[in-house]
Design a protein around this ligand. Sequence first.
Ligand SMILES: *[C@@H]1O[C@H](CO)[C@@H](O)[C@H](O)[C@H]1NC(C)=O
Ligand SMILES: *[C@@H]1O[C@H](CO)[C@@H](O)[C@H](O)[C@H]1NC(C)=O
Ligand SMILES: *[C@@H]1O[C@H](CO)[C@@H](O)[C@H](O)[C@H]1NC(C)=O
Ligand SMILES: *[C@@H]1O[C@H](CO)[C@@H](O)[C@H](O)[C@H]1NC(C)=O
Ligand SMILES: *[C@@H]1O[C@H](CO)[C@@H](O)[C@H](O)[C@H]1NC(C)=O
Length: 652
Amino acid sequence: MAYRQFLLLLLFIQAAAGEPIKDRAALLAFISQTPHSQRIQWSASESACNWVGVTCDASRTAVIALRLPGAELMGPIQPATLGSLSSLRILSLRSNRLSGAPPQDLLNLTSLRSLYLQNNLFSGAFPPAIPHLSRLTRLDLSGNNFSGEIPFAVNNLTRLTGLFLQQNGFSGSIPSIATPGLTDFNVSYNALNGSIPETLQKFPASSFAGNLNLCGGTLAPCAPFFPSPATAPPSPPTPPESPGEKNSDKLSKKEIIAIAVAAGLALIILLLLLAFCLSKWRKKRRKANEGPKPPPVPPASVGRSGDVGATSSSKEDIGSVIAGQSDRNRLVFVGGKGGYSFDLEDLLRASAEVLGKGSVGTSYKAVLEEGTTVVVKRLKDVAVSKRDFEASIENLGKIEHGNLLAIRAYYYSKDEKLLVFDFLPSGSLSSNIHGSRGSGRTPLDWDSRVRVALAAGRGLAHLHSTARIVHGNIKASNVLLRPDPDAAALSDYGLAPIFGAGGSSSSRAAAGYRAPEVVETRRPTFKSDVYSFGVLLLELLTGKAPNQASIAGEEGIDLPRWVQSVVREEWTAEVFDADLMRYANIEEEMVQLLQIAMACATPAPDARPEMPEVVRMMEDIAGGHGGASESDDRLRASSDDPSKPTSAGRTP
Ligand SMILES: *[C@@H]1O[C@H](CO)[C@@H](O)[C@H](O)[C@H]1NC(C)=O
Ligand SMILES: *[C@@H]1O[C@H](CO)[C@@H](O)[C@H](O)[C@H]1NC(C)=O
Ligand SMILES: *[C@@H]1O[C@H](CO)[C@@H](O)[C@H](O)[C@H]1NC(C)=O
Ligand SMILES: *[C@@H]1O[C@H](CO)[C@@H](O)[C@H](O)[C@H]1NC(C)=O
Ligand SMILES: *[C@@H]1O[C@H](CO)[C@@H](O)[C@H](O)[C@H]1NC(C)=O
């Protein structure tokens, strides 16, 4: 297994003690001739293998990877520097201010597998050295100022799986690139023209958008007389709409879209009006017969109006949600440490705001009249009797742990099953990692991520070893952040039994987090929790959501498999979240956490570690951390932040 191999590799690196003398000289030549950020302090008294960004082979006699992303490198790369690192397999210099043409002696890097030069100021023709790097699998030159034609010699790179040339000034037509393994291809936002070669027509329109005049493939069909380098036949005339399109039926298509958009807007406005009127009407009704019994609005209709709003703006009171409940059913408090003193009546009068619709039901934030705020979960598809329900919840209510969100109360009637929890205002890990990027919110920093991982791990370990309860639904939206040193709390644990043993319970575990064996057995176990926890760690590290289409365009990626594949090919920093790349000296910790994550998310249940063991391993990482706040605010504020999606370089 690839994971074992690089564990071994790392062990070797730490055990042996050679020194790559020749490569060391080349690195020093490079860094002395290239202005760079202060954080690259390559100390002469240390082995080059320990320098920031440098990775050596097992015997420590050669440098196999150099990664200096966002290191404020400036100016041209001089010859006889990096070109002499003859064993180099990975070179990542992305997001710097390197300029000029990459030196011709790069063709000496015959072992190079991955070359990442994106988001720099390189210019000139497509570097003629590159087609000689015959083992290259990933080539990213995007976001530079390269110009001229894309050479046909790219076909020399027969192992290429990813070619990224977007956002440059390449012109002319696209050569017919027939590399069999090519899975990622992007030439958008250049000045290309002509028809898209047949070999590249499988790629989506966004791979070709923003060029001068491209046609064919997923774009508009070429005019029949169009000169075409690949003699590609005009494709059938039903292409999807695309930005680069210049065609005679363009106007009518635009019109159609405009009409559709207008109609859609009108419909949305109408629905909003309707929802507004409905809520007004409801409030009036409630005022009219103010009293213990709220108006008997059937829950189903309310659920639907919640769908229309579907956001935090859809305010209504809980009473209208769970109206018409008989007095024989009371709100039952469990555990006893909640310190709450409200009853069902209070809860029914609370104002409620939809927090989200999860797999177990809809969650509301309920603000009681005396000011207390709680979360009310309205469970759907509960499949057990009242007695079993009560027994399960009473049992869960006994659990008290700082990293587990306590159940405070429940309510059970024929039509409604509610759970009441503490409200944590900081939101979930999911919204903090994926939510509103670029809207001014700073992405979760490394220190916080480690603390959250540890907190969630401790919560889960307590659940497993002390309470002997399977969580069954670990995912980023069930990890709630806390402002206090406890950092985070897991929610929604141990609920699988109340949804019935077999059938529906397994479908509660979110896709992407579900262990492979659970897909068949449909029963979550301690071991499947560990798997889900591993996926959660991978999500923290990569910034990719395991169960939804990510920004990169992959749909519903299987995170463990994706990480495995990247790591198997090249042990590369490219798996990590770009938002993390700006913190100095964390690569080792990230690698360690990645190893733990991969051990947890291994397909064979028996090979996965137990949660207490996982926590111990994570504590070893966090130990060196000491909770010290990152000293890298200056990097965080750095203007060439590579992760800012709003940077000007996006458009041609
Ligand atoms: C390229 O490699 C050859 C053979 O390994 C070596 O003789 C030559 O000096 C290298 N060129 C540079 C610029 O390092
Ligand atoms: C293609 O690669 C071979 C080595 O594999 C090299 O000899 C040849 O010069 C390359 N062709 C171009 C056009 O770079
Ligand atoms: C990009 O290259 C062109 C010439 O190819 C040059 O005129 C232009 O100034 C360059 N732009 C930048 C930002 O370097
Ligand atoms: C594409 O652009 C080049 C100039 O960059 C021009 O010489 C050529 O005729 C154009 N080809 C087509 C098919 O428009
Ligand atoms: C290609 O790159 C552009 C610009 O970065 C991006 O918007 C688009 O989604 C990419 N397309 C694919 C298929 O990766």
